[in-house]
Ligand binder design. Structure first.
Ligand SMILES: Nc1nc2c(c(=O)[nH]1)N[C@H]1C(S)=C(S)[C@@H](COP(=O)(O)OP(=O)(O)OC[C@H]3O[C@@H](n4cnc5c(=O)[nH]c(N)nc54)[C@H](O)[C@@H]3O)O[C@H]1N2
Ligand SMILES: Nc1nc2c(c(=O)[nH]1)N[C@H]1C(S)=C(S)[C@@H](COP(=O)(O)OP(=O)(O)OC[C@H]3O[C@@H](n4cnc5c(=O)[nH]c(N)nc54)[C@H](O)[C@@H]3O)O[C@H]1N2
Ligand code: SF4
Ligand SMILES: [Mo]
Length: 678
């Protein structure tokens, strides 16, 4: 056996946008990664990983990997490229960006990047360059912006509770989160709690994979969570279950919430939450009867017009129940907020000219088609907007513009990459170094590359430093090495325990945040405040929040069904879409709705609204509510024959933070006239 073919095991971390940030072990032999498994020494993920990542080596070494720069030769969207060298690519790109800036100003350029790679260096690698170019800014709102804004408005600096604490809970509430799909390692703590007699309650509009394994399930109406949480507080008040003494000791402003709830009628609560008054009163009893209660909140409940308010209302309920006081088995976790870094040390906003315009990433379709003055260049990396951003048909129309120069830095030929004028090969996490934190647990770790870049792939960091050099930029950030940027960021990172040096972290030491121990109310010892200041300075309390598109009477009439499009177990957003060529995915339809639309199990259905359409395969099931249809997964739309699932979703923004309203689209269902299987 040649020396380099002897298998070697190397530790790394999963870079995907998943709260678990698993510790991984890569087996490398003969210049190939032959296996990827869980790192048994990682305290949180403890040696197991999901099925999708176990198969990552095939993706890494796939014949479909983009390994060389290419220039478009076919029509836009056709996905045909001729190979060029990196030198040619960089010269061309630098030249085009200069030309565009001179002719139309830096704002004619837009970066579109998100968290395809969660490593802090490669995630933020391009920001400095685009700031320097005076490019249109991008508000990175597509995922957690609304939930985080709701949390911050209500809870200020409070971190989430450590997930491990749930293992001692007598009742875990999974609220708007599909634990068994979107953060499967948390299930370990659910299982541990249940082994000791604890129970799991799921609050979700459909009986998802987690609800199917739960002790209790409450089928809330989509966007009904603020009504449910406020109704539960009202029930606590009315039934005398509220511990007013504790509230007086550790919170302020409850009187305002109480006054506001007095004018919220049970009729409204019942209509908006989709649950009966007796059910809500029963929930209030259940939550107060249990000694150790843990709320695990997901993003799902925030992806609608009142999503920020839902988080505020649930946080207020949690405070009424004393969950911010901590203690064994007690707590609330939305995102861990484990380490507080100075992102400016990665992004260098000071390089930007003052007052540049900004685009919300949820509204890319609008930006590509309607922005004045128009965009002339789009640079995409770490993201696949043609599939994941709302109003997909309009995005494809924008990407097809002949006067738009589109650059995509990618690993595989995604639906977005097919529209590139210039296509550049990106490394995967196995080929580059980075620092990974987590939004579901409290550990961080630096991972080294497990093998050198394949083909001519370059990491985001290397690509943007090379481009800056090509453009003659000499500001300090463009001259930094990766080590320098990482060290600078680590030096300003809060949450690192005393005694742990930057050098230890750079050497790969796994570090647990100091923030997770915080049990003091308010995080910094301040009492929980039920009020938050509105823009005009007046105090506000959690309320129902604004109704969205799903409540629009015209749309309700024309498009009778509400569409949810949550994660699929085999996809990570649109990543791994290449594994499902031609797959259209399933649509869960309630038996009553299936009968009304003459749909049959296994047949194809056309989902349609004023924005677009897509096809799915019907699964008739009482796991969803009448009127609510569920399409798990963002399959690649070129394989879906019509548009993708996001052809149906809206660019309208949620109430706080500018997040998306993915779970709010209204659709019609039409039995597909194409041939149906069997
Ligand atoms: N396998 C897999 N794992 C993933 C992902 C993936 O695509 N696939 N995506 C990753 C990413 S980027 C993220 S941000 C997380 C997201 O994961 P989660 O935090 O779990 O959030 P969502 O996926 O939006 O939705 C989760 C649940 O919310 C429900 N939901 C929708 N609307 C409402 C509502 O109004 N109220 C309530 N109570 N529930 C509602 C959905 O039906 C779904 O069951 O998962 C990550 N993990
Ligand atoms: N309908 C609907 N739409 C949704 C959601 C939903 O629940 N429903 N969820 C939303 C959420 S929560 C999110 S976070 C967004 C996610 O949307 P995106 O951020 O676009 O995430 P992915 O679909 O995973 O695409 C990431 C891409 O980055 C590429 N990539 C990975 N690593 C690197 C790298 O190091 N360098 C470069 N250049 N590229 C890399 C991958 O190959 C992949 O194609 O989608 C949103 N869209
Ligand atoms: S996608 Fe999530 S569960 Fe799967 S390996 Fe990565 S972090 Fe772990
Ligand atoms: Mo996300």
């Amino acid at each position: 056996m040649a020396p380099d073919s002897r298998p070697v095991e190397k530790k790394t971390t999963c870079p995907l946008d998943c709260p678990d940030s698993c510790g991984l072990v890569a087996t490398v032999a003969g210049g190939q990664v032959t296996a990827l498994s869980g790192d048994p020494e990682h305290p949180y993920t403890a040696g197991t990983i999901c099925r999708k990542m176990r198969r990552y080596p095939q993706r890494l070494h796939s014949p479909e990997r983009i390994l060389h720069p290419g220039i478009r030769v076919g029509a836009k969207g056709e996905g045909k490229f001729a190979r060029i060298s990196w030198d040619e690519a960089l010269a061309l790109l630098a030249g085009r960006l200069d030309e565009i800036r001179q002719a139309a100003g830096g704002e004619a350029i837009l970066r579109y990047s998100y968290a395809g790679n969660m490593g802090v260096i490669n995630r933020f690698a391009g920001h400095a360059l685009f700031h320097k170019l005076g490019a249109t800014g991008l508000d990175e709102t597509i995922c957690s912006a609304t939930a985080s804004a709701g949390w911050e408005r209500q809870c200020a600096a409070l971190p989430g509770a450590p997930p491990e604490r749930a293992a001692d809970a007598t009742l875990i509430v999974a609220w708007g989160i599909n634990i068994r799909v979107s953060c499967q390692h948390f299930w370990r703590y659910v299982a541990a709690a249940r082994k000791k007699g604890g129970q799991l309650l799921v609050i979700d509009p459909y009986r998802n994979a987690t609800a199917a394994h739960a002790d209790h399930y409450l089928p809330v109406r989509p966007a009904g969570d603020s009504a449910l949480a406020l109704g539960t507080i009202k029930a606590l008040i009315e039934t005398g279950l509220l511990d007013r003494e504790r509230l007086a000791g550790n919170s302020v402003g409850f009187d305002r919430l109480e006054r506001s709830l007095a004018s919220l009628s049970w009729q409204e609560i019942v209509t908006e939450s989709g649950l009966g008054q007796a059910e809500i009163e029963q929930l209030a009893r259940q939550l107060t009867a249990t000694p150790r209660l843990f709320f695990r909140l997901g993003m799902g409940l925030s992806r609608n017009s009142r999503g920020g308010m839902a988080v505020r209302a649930i946080a207020s309920l949690a405070a009424c129940l004393g969950l911010f006081d901590g203690g064994p088995g007690r707590g609330v976790l939305l995102t861990s907020r484990a380490f507080r870094g100075d992102t400016a040390r990665l992004t260098y906003p000071e390089l930007a000219p003052p007052g540049v315009r900004r685009v919300n990433m949820v509204q890319l379709a609008h930006a590509l088609n309607r922005l004045e003055p128009p965009l002339r260049a789009l640079m995409v990396y770490n993201s696949n907007p043609a599939s994941v951003a709302p109003d997909g048909a309009m995005i494809r129309r924008g990407l097809a513009r002949e006067d738009l120069f589109t650059v995509v830095h990618e690993q595989l030929l995604t639906p977005t990459a097919r529209y590139a004028d210039l296509l550049l090969p990106a490394t995967t996490f196995l080929e580059n170094r980075d620092l990974y934190t987590s939004y579901g647990h409290f550990y961080l770790r630096v991972a080294e590359p497990v093998l050198p870049p394949l083909g001519e792939a370059r990491s985001n960091f290397d690509f943007f430093q090379d481009l800056a050099r090509e453009m003659g930029l000499t500001d300090p950030p463009f001259l930094q090495t990766l080590e320098e940027r990482l060290s600078d960021y680590l030096a300003g990172l809060q949450g690192i325990p005393p005694g742990v040096e930057t050098a230890d972290i750079l050497a790969g030491r796994l570090v647990h945040s100091t923030f997770s121990g915080t049990d003091a109310v308010g995080g910094d010892g301040r009492p929980f405040s039920f009020t938050a200041l509105a823009a005009d300075g007046s105090p506000t309390v959690a309320s129902l929040g604004p109704a969205g598109e799903s409540a629009d009477p015209d749309l309700q009439l024309r498009y009778p069904y509400q569409l949810l499009s949550p994660p699929h177990p085999e996809l990570l957003n649109s990543t791994f879409g290449e594994r499902f060529p031609g797959e259209i995915g399933e649509l869960l339809v309630h038996p009553a709705d299936a009968a009304a639309c003459q749909l049959r199990d296994g047949g194809e259905v056309l989902l349609e609204n004023h924005r677009g359409s897509t096809l799915r395969r019907v699964r008739v099931s009482a796991d969803t509510r009448p009127g609510v249809v569920v399409a798990e997964g963002i399959f690649w739309e070129e394989s879906a024959r019509v548009g993708g699932i996001n052809d149906l979703t809206s660019e309208k923004l949620a109430d706080f933070g500018g997040g998306a309203t993915f779970h709010e689209a209204r659709v019609t269902l039409r039995r597909c006239c194409r041939k149906e299987p069997g």
